[in-house]
Design a protein around this ligand. Structure first.
Ligand code: GBH
Length: 460
């Protein structure tokens, strides 16, 4: 069959929402301009050895200076929606206090430019770039940060809500909490499990506080939500130990967010697992009501899925520190340049599972995509591997819809190659190639395939 052909895609309705996504620190550059303050990522990148090649986002895709050109590129793909994030340190350089008008003005221009080209803006308020001053005061493990986030959100909402119809608070709180404060693989690079669990609660609280205030202030129909990164967790075998490992992993990565958001309480088994590690979620009276504010859309970011075993290679069920083993067992599938296994059917399983466990939740795929070792040749990139990845995963979404999951849209990650966090510029996720010496953008074959797919599905 031809590259990227997948009949399931053509079962998607003409009203399905198509988009591309980016985030501020990964594309903007201009880190010292118009009064922007430092974020935890500026600091992390300057800590030798934390980021591949000690790269940083100082210039990135220079989007801050090339925004109109990039919006034209977005429009040329024929998407309905552009999902971008607002940089908190541009709007409020120290994370609190009055608005920095020059920084906020950039997003004002971006929104106008998008609307002028017929593309809907979809705002993410926080995609990992915490103002450094707030981290110096303790960061997300501190309760105060949640209130600071709600204040910041209102500054942006007041400026843009006359034109922006969809607002998501956080991108992937699991990454902020676990990679940032426990594993240390992302900014701020701390390694403290208890701090990470406190961060989980304060991120969710910040989401709830911001959502509550924005909704109360809205004067036009507006959708609110949050984006979570999720995978489908399954046991490697039917053994009790493996089923327990999958339950624990799923609890700490997925249900610890979905349950408080959509059911108003933390999952009892996760609370027990945490107690076994002498850690407690710092819940105050009334917090769960705030976190469980109704949302209009759940953003789902999907890249891969995992099988779990509760037994290590030597047959032990606890590790050196006495913690139960949660070991991922590869499916043996092809991997992307990130070494992430390509598991599209896990995407279907995940979406159907969410729709069964949390009935009625409307979802949009706010990120899905892949890095591959693109070869730039003859003036372009023929990225058949990316086309196949996108086709199989969009097909998986269509299949999930036919099995009852209410998925209303799909946004490809990413519009263009960009700063891939700890991997620096070494990994390319873009539909559009970026030459970092010249900043020339060149649509890859996948960009053209995506444009044609959208046109075909919409045209039926
Ligand atoms: C997203 O995070 C981010 O929102 C985005 O900024 C980023 O550029 C993009 O993805 C690509 O990385 O090693 O098989 O266990 C991704 C979150 C969490 C997805 C960890 C992959 C591990 C896969 N990631 N997960 S595996």
């Amino acid at each position: 069959p031809t590259v990227g052909s997948n009949p399931a895609i053509d079962t998607l309705p003409a009203t399905f929402r198509w988009g591309v996504a980016t985030s501020a620190y990964q594309i903007e550059g201009a880190v010292h301009e118009d009064g922007r303050g430092p974020s935890i990522w500026d600091t992390y990148c300057r800590t030798p050895g934390m980021v591949h090649d000690d790269d940083n986002g100082d210039i990135a895709c220079d989007h801050y200076h090339r925004m109109p050109e990039d919006v034209a590129l977005i429009a040329s793909l024929g998407v309905d929606t552009y999902r971008f994030s607002v940089a908190w340190p541009r709007v409020q350089p120290g994370g609190k206090g009055p608005v920095n008008a020059a920084g906020l003005a950039f997003y004002d221009r971006l929104v106008d430019e998008l609307l002028g080209k017929g593309v809907d803006p979809w705002v993410t308020l926080y995609h990992w770039d915490l103002p450094q001053e707030l981290e110096d005061a303790g960061g997300w493990p501190e309760r105060d940060t949640a209130y600071r986030f709600a204040d910041y959100s209102m500054l942006v909402f007041d400026a843009l809500s006359d034109r922006v119809r969809t607002w998501t608070t956080l991108n992937e709180p699991w990454c902020s909490a676990m990679l940032g404060y426990y594993e240390g693989r992302q900014a701020p690079g701390r390694q403290d499990f208890e701090a990470a669990i406190h961060a989980v609660h304060h991120l969710l609280l910040g989401h709830g506080l911001a959502t509550q205030r924005m909704r109360a202030a809205a004067t036009a129909p507006t959708e609110f939500g949050i984006t979570l990164n999720m995978a489908h967790a399954s046991p490697a075998t039917d053994s009790e130990a493996d089923r327990e490992a999958a339950r624990r992993a799923d609890g700490l990565s997925r249900r610890i967010y979905l349950d408080p958001l959509l059911r108003g309480h933390y999952p009892a088994d996760v609370v027990e697992d945490l107690a076994a590690r002498s850690v407690k979620l710092p819940v105050n009276d009334g917090d769960l009501e705030i976190i469980a504010q109704p949302i209009d859309v759940l953003g789902v970011n999907y890249y891969s899925s995992h099988r779990f075993s509760g037994v290590d290679e030597e047959g032990r069920t606890t590790d050196a520190s006495g913690l139960p083993v949660d070991r991922t067992v590869p499916f043996g599938r092809p991997v992307t340049a990130m070494d992430w296994e390509i598991v599209p059917e896990g995407f279907t399983s995940l979406l159907v599972q969410i729709s069964q466990e949390y009935p009625g939740v409307p979802m949009v795929i706010t990120e899905n995509g892949a890095a591959f070792d693109d070869a730039f040749a003859d003036g372009g990139v023929q990225d058949d591997d990316r086309i196949e990845y996108l086709a199989s995963h969009i097909g998986a979404v269509a299949l999930a819809r036919s099995q009852g999951a209410d998925v209303r849209g799909y946004f490809a990650w990413s519009l263009m190659d960009n700063f891939e966090w700890s991997y620096g510029y070494a990994k390319r996720f873009g539909l559009v190639h970026v030459d970092y010496d010249t900043q020339v953008r060149t649509p890859k074959s996948s960009a053209l395939w995506y444009r044609d797919t959208i046109r075909r599905v919409r045209g039926r």
